[in-house]
Write a protein that binds this ligand. Structure first.
Ligand SMILES: Nc1nc2c(ncn2[C@@H]2O[C@H](COP(=O)(O)OP(=O)(O)OP(=O)(O)O)[C@@H](O)[C@H]2O)c(=O)[nH]1
Length: 343
């Protein structure tokens, strides 16, 4: 019998840094070939476009979480990944990684591994890695049951964003993690001795789900989670857009929990990759020209209790105001002030 493929699950709340961690792994040739399954909550994925290093070993499951709508699809995606690698021979996978949506409960995937005979024969569980954002993580755990479950199921917690000014104290993060999952490894992604190979080392006999007390069947989401895509043809007025987004997330970051997408703007020929996480707007990055397929700009929103129309109207109103002759600076400042005042 061939050796079973170790499967790693990367979980963690919306925007915590899962794709970033996976990108780091894929860019490190010494770690071997990784097969990747990306699961996106929204109807339009972004993460798979940023994982260019894994193009030939990548499966995308979008439009729902693996713990509910897309449970079956994940099994099929892993199946396809393994079959493809076997067909290609020569270059067998060192591991498979599933990046779950930021709202998913990973425990159903773990239990599916044990139930499905094909999976049992070909795949074994490596680790369940929860990415915890040092800026938003404590608030996410306090406010969202999904974030708590993800932590509870993990055997390894990778803390990201310790490099940011608004990061929580390390001691507070460790206490929060320990109170949910007392024996998990806790690693700082920015520590000088942080070792990706150690994170993704495939040891036998890891038994996650230890501290959780959750059953796979318990999976539920707060009813209010919504995802929608805002399409934007043409080039956006970039200075105005960033002001609007900062003001919007400042005022409504607890309800507009995640914004990500690609935008064409007035200031750059290459599309910009946009990331907003709760109240934080991360610095945008240029998409590499070779990854640009020319499609119009779009933003994916994942929200809790606020709808597409309100957000779209707010942007249109804002852009209208700044376009008004002579009102650019004063108008923009006034709109920002008003949005902030609503907070
Ligand atoms: N400064 C800083 N930024 C980070 C770090 N990790 C991730 N980010 C930024 O956080 C934003 C979101 O990161 P992603 O890796 O897309 O997060 P994700 O968990 O995959 O997001 P979802 O798939 O939407 O749940 C991006 O702008 C990243 O560049 C970190 O350690 N430090």
């Amino acid at each position: 019998m061939t050796e079973r493929l170790p499967l790693f699950i990367i979980t963690g709340f919306l925007g915590s840094g899962k794709t970033t961690l996976l990108q780091q792994l894929l860019r490190k040739p010494s770690t071997g070939t990784t097969g990747v399954v990306v699961n996106e909550f929204g109807e339009v994925g972004l993460d798979h476009r940023l994982l260019v290093h894994a193009k030939e070993h990548l499966e995308l499951v979008e439009g729902g979480c693996i713990c509910c709508a897309r449970r079956q699809d994940i099994g099929e995606a892993i199946h396809d990944l393994v079959r493809r690698a076997q067909r290609e021979g020569g270059n067998p996978l060192a591991r498979a990684v599933i990046e779950t949506t930021g709202l998913a409960d990973p425990s159903p995937v773990v239990s599916a591994l044990g139930r499905d005979p094909w999976m049992r024969a070909h795949v074994r569980l490596g680790r369940v890695i929860c990415v915890l954002d040092a800026v938003n993580g404590l608030a996410s755990i306090a406010a969202h049951g999904e974030a708590l479950r993800q932590l509870a199921v993990a055997d390894t917690v990778v803390v990201t964003k310790m490099d940011m000014g608004r990061a929580a104290e390390w001691g507070d993060l460790v206490s929060a993690v320990r109170s949910v999952t007392p024996d998990a490894r806790i690693l700082d992604a920015h520590a000088p001795d942080f070792d990706l190979e150690q994170v993704f080392a495939a040891e036998d006999g890891v038994t996650p789900l230890h501290g959780s007390g959750f059953r796979a069947e318990d999976t539920t989401h707060a009813a209010n989670w919504t995802s929608f895509v805002m399409h934007r043809d043409g080039a956006l007025d970039w200075p105005a857009f960033t002001l609007w987004l900062s003001a919007l997330l400042h005022a409504h970051g607890s309800r507009i929990v995640r914004v990500k997408g690609l935008l064409r703007t007035t200031t750059s020929p290459a599309p910009l990759v946009i990331h907003g996480v709760q109240h934080v707007v991360h610095p945008p990055r240029h998409l590499r020209p070779e990854d640009d397929d020319g499609q119009p700009g779009y933003l994916v929103f994942i929200t809790n209790g606020i709808g597409r129309r309100e957000i779209e109207e707010s942007l249109d109103r804002f852009l209208d105001r700044v376009r008004h002759p002579g009102a650019r600076i004063i108008g923009t400042a006034a709109v920002v002030a008003r949005e902030r005042a609503k907070a």
